[in-house]
Design a binder for this molecule. Sequence first.
Ligand SMILES: Nc1ncnc2c1ncn2[C@@H]1O[C@H](COP(=O)(O)OP(=O)(O)O)[C@@H](O)[C@H]1O
Ligand SMILES: [Mg+2]
Length: 266
Amino acid sequence: MSALYLRVTDLGVRYGETVALQEASLEINQGERLALIGESGSGKSTMAMAVAGLLPRGASVIGTLDFPVLGHSLRLGRDVGVLFQDPDGSLDPVMSVGDQIAEVAMMHQGIGWIAARVHAAELLGHVQIARPLTRLNSYPHEFSGGQKQRIALAIALAGNPSLLIADEPSSALDTVVQRHVVNLLDELVRERGMTLMFITHDIALASERADKIGVLYQGRLVEFGPAAEVLGSPRHAYTRALINTHISLDTPHSKRLPEIDKAGLV
Ligand SMILES: Nc1ncnc2c1ncn2[C@@H]1O[C@H](COP(=O)(O)OP(=O)(O)O)[C@@H](O)[C@H]1O
Ligand SMILES: [Mg+2]
């Protein structure tokens, strides 16, 4: 039984008159992977950004977030890395990717420039960028969309955070690239014993990669629990509809998504 990493209690978020999230409570243990699913506007990003401490100014928040393992509040970059839908938003177009990764490593790991550059090359290798030492000096525009998302992942990992939050990290990319990014994310998180919160529209992906699933519907967390329970005996009509509109989750993995197995490096 691993330690409790995050406890969210009765979290509510409003943007002026708009109630984006109400009475949301959940728990994630260290090393667990939580998928948040739900239709557009249901409050998924609000939930994720509230946890990361990245809500816009003007958002009003009630409820509590506890990080018992940390024993203090979450520090962005150091304790939590965040991956967004559009990698261009996280990358500086006029700075080499090596410098961008090294900068985060220096800031949050207290290491010097040389060590940070070495670490940056290692991270580029971990996110499966070929010839990482050479590519340290490349700029974001020299990479494909899938590669840029993986570089954004390297930056998110550079502070050696214990939590990774990925907000639809791949929906701007095509399906095969998306799955590659999410599969890689999941592998890296597991290797490092990190806790993962990821948002996806892809319920099949959630069923494959998440330990727990939370379903948001109109700002309410209508389901939360172990993935098999939520998908096996959904309590809410919206979840049943979500499952029914996707491929049958009983279909064997090999028949379900042949493109995943064929997908090589992109
Ligand atoms: N910065 C904001 N200002 C005002 N309303 C917002 C803002 N961000 C989100 N909302 C509203 O909050 C609700 C939840 O949005 P969001 O969390 O982005 O949903 P999701 O990520 O599930 O698509 C929506 O009604 C959305 O329009
Ligand atoms: Mg969103």
